[in-house]
Each structure stands twice: as C-alpha cells, then as structure tokens.
Design a protein around this ligand. Structure first.
Ligand code: SAH
Ligand code: SF4
Length: 417
C-alpha cells in the first residue's frame, strides 16, 4: 500500500484544493496518512499571500530531504506559487503543477490513466463528513496592490452554476450540515445567467436542512440584491466576512480597493439594518507603504465605529511581483507591531461586547471538535461555543444551546434537551 500526505497552507480555498487533490490521489490507489514520515507521496498546497507560509515550505523541504535518504518519496507542489519562487522550489520538488491542471496529475505521475474532467469536476475527498467547502470561482481580477493572488492563481474563472448546484445537492443528500461557497470575490461571480445572489438563492431554496455560508465578499461589489437574499434566505448563515483592509481613503486608493471608508460604513449599516443579529468579520493590513500614524488612526477609528466580531489583522509584507512591492516598505517592523496591537485591543473589546449580547440566548451549534472536557462548535453567526462534554453529544450534531458565559473569542453554553 502506498500512502499520501497533504499539507495545505493558508486559506479555505487551499483546503478545498487539497480535498480535490486527495480524491485524485486516492483514485490512483494511494491511501491517506497523517504522518509525513510514513508517506510515499507528499503534496503541498502552497500559500504565497504571506512570506511566513513560503518560509514554512522551505522548512518542510529540509525535513523531507532527510526522509528521502532512507526511502523514495515523491513530492508535489501546487496551490498559490509565485513564478519567482517556482525556480527555487522546482529544485526541491519532483513535480510542480497548476491546480487548474489537476486532471493531468495522473499522467504527470506517469500512470497513464485517461481522465477527461477538469479541476472543478473532480469530486473532492471532503475532509469532514458534515462541513464542506465548494469552490465557485478561482483566481482574481482585482489586483489589490499588495496581493499575489491574481499572479499566483491567474484571472477569475467562474464555475458553471449547474455544476455548483449539483455538488451542493449531492452534499445535502449525503447528510452534510454546512456548505461554504468559496471564491476570492464571490460578488463578481457570473456564469450561465447566474450572478452571485441568484446562485445563493437557488442553493438556499434546495430542499433539505443545511447551513449555507460564503467567503469572501469585496466591498466594491456587494450588492443590495445580495443583502436582500441573505436576509430572506432561511438557510443562509447570518455571518459576513467583508475585508476592509484599511479605514483611510488614501491608503485604500493606494491599495487599489475602489471604495472609501464611508462606502464601507454605509454598507455595514445596510447589512445590519436588514439583519440585526449578523456577525461581521474583516481583514486589515497595518503598515502599508507610506501609511502615516494619522492614516492608521483612521483605521483604528473605523474599527471602533464598526464593532467587528472578528478581524484577521496582518502586518504588511511586500510580496514579489505586486505593485506595492515597488514602493519602499517604510513602516518599521516595531511600528507595524505597535499598530497591530492597538487594533487587536480594539477587536477584543468589540468582540466581547458583541458576545455579551448572546448571554442567556438560545442558539443552534454545529459541533465540530472536542478537547479536554469540552465539545466545541460554531453558531450560524460563526461564533465558537464550548459545551461541557456529555455522552449524548457527537461531532457533527446540531444542538440547541443556552449561552451562559461570554469571552472575546469564545462563548460557553449548556445543552438544552
Ligand atoms: N480575496 C480576499 C482575501 C485574499 S488574501 C479579499 O479580497 O479580501 C487574505 C488576506 O491576506 C487579505 O485580505 C489581506 O488582508 C492579507 N494580505 C494579502 N496580501 C498581504 C500582504 N502583502 N501583506 C500583509 N497581508 C496581506
Ligand atoms: Fe487579493 Fe484583492 Fe483579489 Fe482579494 S480581491 S484576492 S486581496 S487581489
């Protein structure tokens, strides 16, 4: 028996790619192992968004080179790989391939198996039996000046709507409880007369009980139509990830984001008016080239005004090939870290404030993990809830819970019978 081991860095899109890759490898007769030391084939789904994730690949290569001394191991690289890294990495990997050419992998691995399907139509090997990621588009056309995705993933391609709907239908039939639609900018999805709101509504209206999520929305493209569909869609989770990146108009312009901070705030107002209980998360970059203290303060101000439930805060790092990489990375590391900490303190306060609103409330929780005496799960607003272990709870269950404690990033609840 031959074993494969996949490491997927970064975002959910990469985790979804790993599921498709796993399906191909299993079709070739490989079996999964969680231990890289016992693998005959190791595959990396790379992330180039941050240098730290690229550095981790180099760390792994060192370990595998040691393993390779005692055993034949095939190493594969795919995902978000920059051309500038490809040259160096090609010396350390047996095969580098574009995930869009996943269907050609069997041939590349020299096992001549005819496969006619393309990337999207590969039926993935879902990692979970109750939560699934479904890609609706790949790539990106937005060229935010700091971001490598358009270079590493290529232009945006929307997947045919019928294919997406069929994949979700089969997930529902197999008892999946939650589906998350994935795209770098779901709002610009367009295929076969379906825009994103229409696609979301069609999926919401499929028979069956399931939770429906999606990431990521771009503030420049999020429409009133989508807000309406979300507010009326019973299965659509009341959770929106809407990256703002900065709260200062000059910085937003330099980032090529195509909206102002006022536009963003108005959008949030509309969303909250239509869905008062919605949870909102964001991405923010601190220390973009030439970001002044006053400009940073505008971001801090926006964060205080919005009261985010969650924010993924990043210190800017230049990525090769991007427009921003040509600018001087002039904000010192210590200053970036100071700005990051300020935003993190604001986030902890707003998250705690929002979480306190859950006290004594009854919510549904999808249990997805357990650890040291507790089960963990998510609400339909993407809040983490912990519940004391009891024998009648299983991973994959959706249970009713009364919230008894609220911390900044976690709620605690008791099960209602
Ligand atoms: N498509 C999504 C996110 C893509 S990358 C969107 O439009 O928001 C995920 C996050 O990584 C980005 O939102 C951004 O906050 C962060 N990021 C991307 N490039 C970065 C860079 N060069 N330095 C620091 N953070 C970066
Ligand atoms: Fe990157 Fe911008 Fe595209 Fe998001 S929208 S993937 S940040 S270029």
């Amino acid at each position: 028996m031959k074993y494969y081991h996949i490491i997927a860095f970064g975002c959910q899109m990469n985790k979804s790619d790993a599921e498709r890759l796993a399906a191909i490898l299993e079709g070739l007769g490989y079996q999964k192992t969680d231990n890289e030391k016992s693998a005959d084939l190791i595959a990396v789904v790379a992330c180039s968004v941050r240098q730290s994730a690229v550095d981790r690949i180099y760390g792994k290569i060192k370990i595998w080179n040691k393993l390779k001394k005692n055993k034949k191991i095939v190493t594969l690289l795919t995902g978000c790989v920059l051309k500038s890294d490809q040259k160096k990495l090609s010396q350390s990997f047996d095969l580098i391939f574009d995930i869009k050419n996943l269907n050609k992998l069997p041939k590349l691995l020299k096992k001549e198996r005819p496969i006619s399907s393309d990337y999207f139509s590969v039926t993935p090997k879902y990692q979970s039996k109750f939560q699934a990621y479904v890609p609706i588009s790949t790539g990106c056309n937005n060229y935010c000046t700091y971001c490598v995705v358009p270079y590493a993933r290529g232009p945006e391609i929307s997947r045919p709507a019928k294919e997406i709907i069929n994949e979700v239908k089969s997930l529902i039939n197999s008892g999946y409880k939650e589906t998350t639609l994935l795209g770098q900018n779901v709002n610009s999805y367009y295929s076969e007369n379906y825009n994103f709101p229409k696609l979301l509504k069609t999926i919401n209206d499929l028979p069956g009980n399931f939770w429906l999520n999606f990431v990521t929305s771009h503030p420049k493209d999020l429409s009133d139509e989508l807000i309406k569909i979300m507010a009326n869609g019973k299965k659509i989770c009341q959770y929106m990830h809407l990256p703002v990146q900065a709260g200062d108009n000059k910085v937003l312009k330099a980032m090529n984001r195509h909206y102002t901070s006022v536009h963003y705030k108005n959008l949030i107002k509309k969303i909250r008016k239509a869905m008062p209980d919605i949870a909102i998360s964001t991405d923010i970059i601190v220390g973009f080239p030439k970001e002044t203290k006053a400009q940073f303060n505008n971001t801090a101000k926006l964060m205080k005004q919005i009261n985010f439930d969650m924010a993924y805060l990043a210190e800017y790092s230049p990525r090769p090939g991007t427009a921003a990489a040509k600018l001087e990375d002039n904000v010192p590391a210590a200053e970036k870290s100071r700005r990051w900490k300020i935003l993190n303190e604001i986030l902890k306060k707003s998250a705690l404030k929002n979480n306190k609103n859950y006290l004594k409330k009854i919510v549904e929780v999808l249990i997805n993990n357990h650890d040291k005496g507790y089960f963990y799960g998510k609400t339909k607003t993407f809040k983490t809830v912990k519940i004391k272990k009891s024998p009648n709870i299983k991973i994959g269950d959706i249970i009713k819970v009364k919230i008894i404690k609220a911390a900044d990033f976690c709620l605690e609840g008791v099960r209602l019978e």
